[in-house]
Design a protein around this ligand. Structure first.
Ligand code: SAH
Length: 254
């Protein structure tokens, strides 16, 4: 019936919900042809078994998300044609997570969750009691990209170079609030939701290492005019739990 057809969406259920989603380097636009290689070609061709004509979603961390179609399968490469834009580049709340690196599996988990929850930037902070001083940036970055691909972000979280706490405090930007998760606070002293500064205001959440901050570090942080202490409740949380809890509270309050 012609009447019915007029009401049909132009592209019903296309691409399907299971369509693979990947971040790529080049800036995307309709009509662009690009070649994927290495791990991405292996994943799409061998793991997902995509063939010529299969749809895929690509993001460039600049313009948003695009629908593409495989045009050719090579031995180790795969050619894609970009068809149309499916989503715009998203605005991300201006929130940084400053976290002391903890052991491998756990910091990877924090990076993944921070990306899923929506942080703009992850900054590994070296404190006096930090045990892991050289986090593996390539591995962390890979976890963050994978998390962004899975959760539907069109903007990647930045991963900053590790920085010493004192250096970070010395160069702290004037306009950025620093929410400092302090497990020594009485719980009735601060409510995380009350601390949320509103969408426009840049903020950062600082979480200590497994051993906590030293007294000297705590005083140095508190001396910063932009610092606001934050309690996450009556129990001492592991550093990774504290990071995710604080992010969820802040983002929920926006
Ligand atoms: N000093 C503690 C453990 C630190 S927990 C000890 O060794 O027993 C690691 C980090 O998580 C802390 O530095 C703090 O930033 C955060 N954290 C854990 N529980 C918290 C709470 N209840 N409120 C605020 N921050 C907390």
């Amino acid at each position: 019936m012609p009447g019915r057809n007029r009401n049909m969406p132009a592209t019903p259920a296309w691409p399907p919900a299971s369509t693979p989603r990947l971040f790529v380097e080049p800036q995307l636009s309709a009509g662009l042809a690009l070649t994927l290689a290495d791990a991405q070609a292996h994943y799409l061709g061998k793991v997902m078994r995509l063939t010529v004509g299969s749809p895929l979603l690509l993001c460039d961390n600049q313009t948003g998300e695009w629908l593409g179609e495989i045009s050719q399968l090579g031995k180790r490469t795969l050619d894609v044609n970009i068809i149309r834009q499916t989503r715009p580049y998203e605005p991300v709340p201006d929130l940084w997570l400053l976290a002391a690196p903890i052991k491998a599996g756990r910091i990877d988990w924090v990076a993944e969750k921070a990306c899923e929850l929506g942080v703009a930037r992850l900054v590994p902070v070296i404190t006096q009691r930090t045990i892991v001083t050289k986090p593996n940036s390539a591995r962390l970055r890979a976890h963050m990209v994978e998390a962004a691909e899975q959760c539907g972000r069109t903007a990647l979280s930045d991963l900053a170079e590790p920085v010493k706490l004192e250096q970070l405090l010395r160069a702290w930007p004037n306009e950025r609030q620093l929410l400092f998760a302090d497990e020594t606070l009485a719980t009735d002293q601060t409510s995380a939701a009350k601390l949320a500064p509103g969408r426009a205001a840049p903020a950062a959440i600082l979480i200590g290492p497994e051993g906590g901050f030293t007294d000297a570090e705590r005083s140095a942080i508190r001396a910063l005019p932009q610092a606001r202490p934050l309690s996450l409740g009556p129990r001492i949380l592991r550093a990774d739990t504290a990071a995710v809890a604080a992010l969820a509270i802040w983002l929920y309050a926006q």
